[in-house]
Design a protein around this ligand. Structure first.
Ligand SMILES: Cc1ncc(COP(=O)(O)O)c(C=O)c1O
Length: 409
């Protein structure tokens, strides 16, 4: 990565959506864990593709089809390098994290999980890393086990040893919790799981845009993330899998592109990665995802991490003394997420009043209902930060929060 200094004004210039008023106030976008905004280079890549290149990939012998194919496959190589996978064939394009997890559940899972097998999840998983495994477990008679969390929103490390055993076939956990921001010690869990012969899937939806990811160093078996949470287009996602595992997995969706030859007597399947990419993908989106990776690659991870830590510390110090305010997720290892509630006030009411003042936060269960059951609440207000969040925006947020609370008390 080249070292450019962290020039927040210049960064913000690249995000047109930030420069607008909503409800007659300057927009303060603090819903980045739901989706990040897109830099001009990504928006322009989509525009340029449709203006100059639009063609279907892999199939055509003409100029535009070849150009689109080269750009599409170029993104695969860029993603490989970004997460340090060994081979481009290990990078499967999907429509997002949810799609990637379902792919693994329906192919690797249906082939390898049988009655009595155990799948280990954690209490802080997103629904998309719970429900596909529940569906599989129901079909196969497998058992779901859950790593409990502590009050501070971290895994109960002591419980892990008693939850892993020879029946554990899969461990599926997030690297970073979308509701709490906790960065989980996944390397430790991957090594423990492997010692029992279990495979490990990492839901990296909330981690890939926050710090460097090295799938070889982690030694995870599968990793999933969404393009739209890393400054890229919606409808794009990635499944990384170790080559031998992917190779041994049956295909999932049938259709064009995923076959080698088709006859009514026998159909044979394409090689990796195409075996898992049936039909026409989001070609423009994948090509624009390449621009999102280029955008990320302009920074040093240390600069991004420092910026996020500073914003998180600043925001936390500004709101933590508010009477009746409770922060969920107080680990020292955290990305830029603050989930909170205020005694006696519904999170939705706070979110609505913040919105009236131009502040975009998320309220509700953030697709982690089991986690909120553990805390004994139905959800929280979540402010989540990104590369372009400023301390001035935090001041506006805190000011608006004070006003909202005093109106609701
Ligand atoms: C941790 C985590 N996993 C999975 C998902 C699902 O991602 P997508 O909706 O892009 O498939 C999200 C989205 O919020 C998430 O935060």
């Amino acid at each position: 990565m080249t070292n450019i200094s962290y020039d927040i004004e210049n960064i913000r210039k690249q995000f047109p959506v930030l420069h607008q008023q909503v409800n007659n106030r300057q927009l303060v976008y603090l819903d980045n864990a739901a989706t990040t905004q897109k830099p001009l280079s990504v928006i322009e890549a989509l525009d340029i593709f449709y203006k100059t290149t639009n063609a279907n990939i892999h199939r055509g012998a003409h100029y535009l089809a070849n150009k689109a194919t080269v750009q599409f496959e170029g993104t695969r190589e860029k993603i490989r390098s970004f997460i340090n996978a060994k081979e481009t064939a290990e990078i499967i394009f999907t429509s997002g994290t949810t799609d990637s997890i379902n792919l693994v559940a329906q192919t690797w899972g249906r082939k390898n999980i049988t009655t009595g097998d155990e799948i280990l999840l954690s209490m802080m998983e997103h629904h998309s890393n719970i429900v596909p495994w529940q569906m599989l477990a129901e079909e196969k008679g497998a058992v779901i086990k859950v790593i409990p969390v502590t009050e501070s929103g971290e895994w109960q490390i002591d419980a892990i040893d008693s939850l892993l055993n020879e029946r554990t076939k899969l461990v599926a956990v997030n690297h970073v919790s979308n509701s709490l921001g906790t960065i989980n010690p996944i390397k430790m869990l991957i090594d423990k799981a492997h010692s029992y012969g279990a495979k490990v899937l990492i839901d990296a939806a909330q981690s890939v845009s926050h710090f460097a990811t090295d799938v070889q160093e982690l030694d995870c078996d599968f990793m999933c993330f969404s393009g739209h949470k890393i400054y890229g287009p919606t409808g794009t996602g990635v499944l990384y899998g170790k080559y031998d595992l992917l190779e041994a997995m049956p295909p999932w969706r049938g259709g064009g592109e995923m076959i080698s030859s088709v006859s009514f007597e026998k159909t044979t399947y394409n090689s990796l990665p195409h075996k898992f990419e049936a039909g026409t993908p989001h070609i423009a989106g994948v090509i624009a995802l390449s621009s999102a990776i280029d955008f990320m690659n302009e920074f040093q991870w240390d600069d991004l991490i420092d910026h996020e830590k500073n914003i998180l510390a600043y925001a936390t110090s500004k709101i933590s003394h508010i009477e009746g305010l409770r922060i969920f997720g107080t680990s020292t290892e955290k990305t830029g997420v603050i989930s909170f509630d205020v005694e006696g006030i519904h999170p939705y009411d706070i979110g609505t009043l913040l919105d009236k003042q131009g502040i975009a936060v998320r309220t509700g269960h953030h697709c982690t209902e089991p986690l909120w059951s553990y805390y004994g609440v139905t959800g929280s207000v979540r402010a989540s930060f990104a590369i372009y969040t400023t301390t001035e925006e935090i001041d506006l947020f805190v000011d608006a929060l004070h006003k909202s609370i005093s109106m609701l008390r």
